[in-house]
Design a protein around this ligand. Structure first.
Ligand code: PLP
Length: 356
């Protein structure tokens, strides 16, 4: 097995998917399984499907195309609002997409007509996080425009909070969607089929019984993949397990060295001016992994006696003073958060390993 590698326990991911599909299903909420955090790595996607997820969502067309090539036939949605330049692929490979720009939706309509397809559109509403979405006061007009288009099915409304602006989901900001949907139904005499109320962060509203009546979909990545909710201070999502994956790295040097560097301090390879604390001589280990592969801040050594000191592009330095047994060639394991997982899964230098 090559190293570094990320070891993924797909049974645990299946458990998490099943747990959330059941918990939410009882309340009439479907789970769209969001696969971007693992670059739609097929064994993980299969685990989600085995866990009962029916619809998938990903932010990247390359991932969606790979899933189709692998034979996945479930509905898949593009959950990053599309680029105009990719609408042809979007309509061909995805069943639907989240959208916020009428010009893009018109382009999707033209492609859909050309291909003899109907593309589903979920209109995103910005309820305060200030990432994607139409402002609430503009929603009725935009829906009117969408309803005129051939080749497009207006499926419903969606919103996203947490990911960019760190705004937490609340009864009030999620209720905006439900109220808008009611207004749309009244004004246009249609049924708004899907109200896609949020992501992992919104699970906390479901647990507390604070999710507004009418929301019938959540798009969940992190909660399934890691069983955590970063936006609510990395809390554990009830019923899920957390140790779904771990990173394994190999030690390439172990030496006792000073803890304070010798010489004039300039900037490191990433332009930062480092700050050091002189803790006297220290047993330091280097593992073959760096910032090119991983967001180091998101790693946590599984052995609590090891501390991460820092990293350059290809080397990560550990304080192993409390681990006299550690030697060159040993494996050091780490837990990962969402950001670390994302970077590791994206790196072509990190081996992906499935365990059962
Ligand atoms: C990433 C993303 C999600 C999933 O977020 P998690 O926090 O991983 O559950 C849902 N919706 C959109 C639009 C996203 O970009």
């Amino acid at each position: 097995m090559r190293r570094p590698c990320i070891e993924i326990d797909v049974e645990k991911i299946k458990h998490n998917a099943n747990c959330l599909v059941k918990q939410c299903g009882e309340k009439g909420i479907e789970i769209m399984g969001v696969t971007k955090g693992v670059c739609a790595y097929l064994p993980v996607v299969q685990a989600m499907l085995e866990g009962g997820v029916k619809k998938l969502g990903d932010s990247r067309m390359q991932n969606i195309m790979a899933l189709r090539k692998a034979g996945v036939e479930n509905p898949i949605y593009l959950i990053r609002i599309p680029m105009i330049s990719e609408v042809q692929d979007v309509v061909y490979y995805a069943d639907g997409s989240l959208n916020s720009e009428i010009d893009v939706i018109k382009a999707l309509a033209r492609e859909a007509k050309k291909l003899g397809k109907v593309h589903k559109v979920i209109l995103m509403v910005d309820v305060g996080d200030l990432r994607e979405g139409v402002m609430p006061e503009d929603v009725l007009d935009v829906v009117g425009e969408i309803l005129k288009l051939e080749g497009i099915e207006f499926e419903g409304l969606g919103t996203n909070v947490g990911c960019y602006g760190a705004i937490l989901p609340s009864y009030e900001n999620t209720k905006i969607l439900v109220d808008l949907a009611a207004n749309i139904e009244k004004k246009y005499g249609i049924k708004v089929r899907t109200i896609s109320g949020g992501n992992t962060a919104t699970l906390s509203l479901v647990e507390r019984g604070k999710l507004p009546e009418g929301v019938n979909q959540l798009r969940v990545g992190e909660g399934i993949l890691l069983g955590t909710d970063t936006t609510h201070n990395f809390r554990k999502v009830p019923g899920t397990v957390q140790d779904t994956m771990k990173l394994k790295t190999e030690i390439i040097e172990v030496k006792v060295k000073p803890s304070y560097p010798i010489g004039e301090i300039g900037r490191d390879a990433f332009g930062n001016v480092p700050v050091y604390e002189d803790r006297g001589p220290m047993r330091r280990a280097i593992v073959a992994l760096g910032k090119q592969d991983c967001r180091i801040e998101g790693l946590k050594p599984i052995n609590g006696r090891i501390e991460i000191l820092g990293a350059s592009s290809d080397h990560m330095i550990l304080d192993v003073t409390k681990c006299p047994e550690i030697k060159v060639g040993d494996i050091v394991e780490f837990g990962v958060d969402y950001a670390a997982m994302l970077s590791l899964m994206t790196s072509g230098y990190v081996e992906k390993v499935v365990i059962r």
